[in-house]
Write a protein that binds this ligand. Structure first.
Ligand code: PXL
Length: 465
């Protein structure tokens, strides 16, 4: 399969949490190969900025080397330190017809300027018309729209978005071009922050302007998180490179950002940065889910095992204690054209009843890391009992104490406790006939993907056709 590729043209941040380092790491996390061209070297930590040197004399050679050789289409642009850098970038955007996501960055999160005075106007005039998606924060949006966006109403934020989008469209001769602006953290309530997107969407022969509001949980602490804008705009670029439309890329970029923004690293100087690390253990967990999913998704018979509530595969880190240490498939697995199909990506912390099951199982048997929920088919249970060596335990939901029924979490805990009390261990399968409003379900447990696939093979030959 061809690997999606994208390029970042940005400044180096030695704290590796903003700038080109953040872009590379984000592209990686999104499964996109990162090309990187450096516009400047900055000297900074997550909280202090000491200065920068422009690499404008070395920019041309970097760009020609990669763009001359590789079919790169999507590019994210960050720090543009000076006029010469801007001119070279523009030359290459035109020459290679690049699709541009531009994250305007005039001041660093520590408050210092990242570009020469007055460059904003040149950027507006020369770069904006070549930009596909613009991701300003409120200050940058206020500057370019010439509107006061402090403590403002949603009408004024929308007006600012319209002014900015018009600036991207200023040189377009047809009206069927798709572009977008996203005003980051443009509005907030007590516990939510909102990004306001405005896009020009093509519908038949015309384009229509469409607003979309994305809400994020407000995290309250002093100061700000270094590098957030870089991660967000790079994620959008990565999803464009993976084939998403503008609207999809923004939505997926928002999703990626929100999931990463939950885990911050507190640096010793008080700086906060987004945790973009991923361990080999985490990769192993994701690969195990991928292996099982690949096996299932190539088998039409597997689709008969997808329950009404859809299927999930949950896999835990060996010593998991919390939800975010368990990975699953976002949106679960459904059936498309007769085959099982994942609705979303494999991620940690996508809460699900299968994830809760593993956490409960781990209290009794730490060697079990995987669980799948399968459709209940009465004949299948009978054949599995008669013809396989799989250990099967039935749980009667009616026996569940009423105070446990109220919370699904305790239901999963109860189900496992009941099984261990009955059998003294976790069997291969725990199933139940359901109850009012609860679909009957088969749950398959295992230590690793190989073991699960072996068990699935035994099950699949017995699925009634
Ligand atoms: O997050 C904006 C940004 C972009 N690029 C570089 C930076 C910063 C913020 O400090 O240093 C190089």
């Amino acid at each position: 399969m061809k690997k999606p590729m994208a390029m970042s043209i940005a400044g180096s941040d030695p704290s590796s949490s903003a700038g080109i380092q953040a872009d590379i790491r984000t592209f990686d996390r999104c499964g996109v190969h990162p090309f990187s061209v450096i516009t400047a070297i900055t000297y900074q930590t997550a909280t202090e900025f000491f200065g920068y040197d422009s690499l404008s004399d070395r920019l041309d050679k970097q760009l020609e080397a990669v763009l001359g050789d590789y079919p790169i289409k999507f590019v994210k642009i960050g720090m543009i330190p000076d006029m010469k850098t801007l001119d070279i970038i523009i030359e290459y955007i035109k020459k290679y017809e690049l699709s541009v996501v531009y994250d305007p960055v005039f001041v660093s999160s520590a408050g210092s300027r990242l570009s020469s005075e007055g460059l904003e106007l040149e950027i507006e005039r020369d770069l904006f018309p070549l930009v596909k998606i613009l991701t300003p924060n409120v200050n940058e949006a206020a500057y370019y729209s010439n509107l006061d966006l402090t403590n403002t109403t949603s009408d004024i934020i929308r007006e600012a978005a319209e002014i900015l989008l018009d600036k991207l469209l200023i040189n377009e001769t047809t009206n069927i071009v798709e572009k977008a602006v996203i005003l980051k953290s443009a509005a907030s309530t007590q516990d939510k922050v909102f990004d306001i997107a405005l896009m020009n969407k093509q519908i038949g022969e015309e384009t229509k302007k469409k607003f979309k509001v994305y809400s994020k949980n407000k995290i309250s602490f002093q100061g700000n998180v270094h590098g957030t804008g870089c991660v967000f705009s790079s994620a959008i670029t990565a999803f464009l490179a993976k084939g998403s439309s503008i609207e999809e890329a923004i939505t997926k970029g928002e999703g990626f950002f929100s999931s990463k923004f939950q885990n911050l690293i507190d640096l010793p100087d008080g700086g906060k940065i987004i945790d973009l690390t991923i361990s080999n253990e985490q990769i192993e967990v994701i690969n195990q889910i991928k292996e099982i999913y690949t096996f299932i998704s190539h088998s039409q018979i597997s689709s008969k095992l997808i329950p009404e509530v859809r299927m999930n595969i949950s896999c835990s880190l060996p010593n998991a204690m919390k939800h975010d240490e368990i990975a699953g498939i976002e949106g679960r697995i459904t059936i498309i054209n007769g085959y099982p199909n994942a609705s979303g990506e494999i991620k940690f912390g996508v809460s699900d009843h299968t994830a809760r099951l593993i956490l409960s199982v781990k209290k009794f048997d730490t060697s079990i890391n995987l669980v799948l929920n399968l459709k209940y088919i009465p004949e299948l249970i009978k054949s599995l009992r008669d013809k396989t060596d799989l250990e099967i335990v039935e749980i009667i939901r009616e026996n569940q104490p009423i105070n446990v029924k109220i919370k699904e979490f305790s239901t999963m805990e109860w189900l496992i406790k009941e099984t261990v009390e009955k059998k003294g261990k976790i069997p291969d399968i725990i199933w139940d006939k359901g109850s009012v409003g609860k679909e009957p379900m088969i749950r398959l447990f295992g230590r690793n993907s190989k073991e699960i696939i072996n068990k699935l093979k035994k099950i699949l030959v017995l699925v009634p056709t």
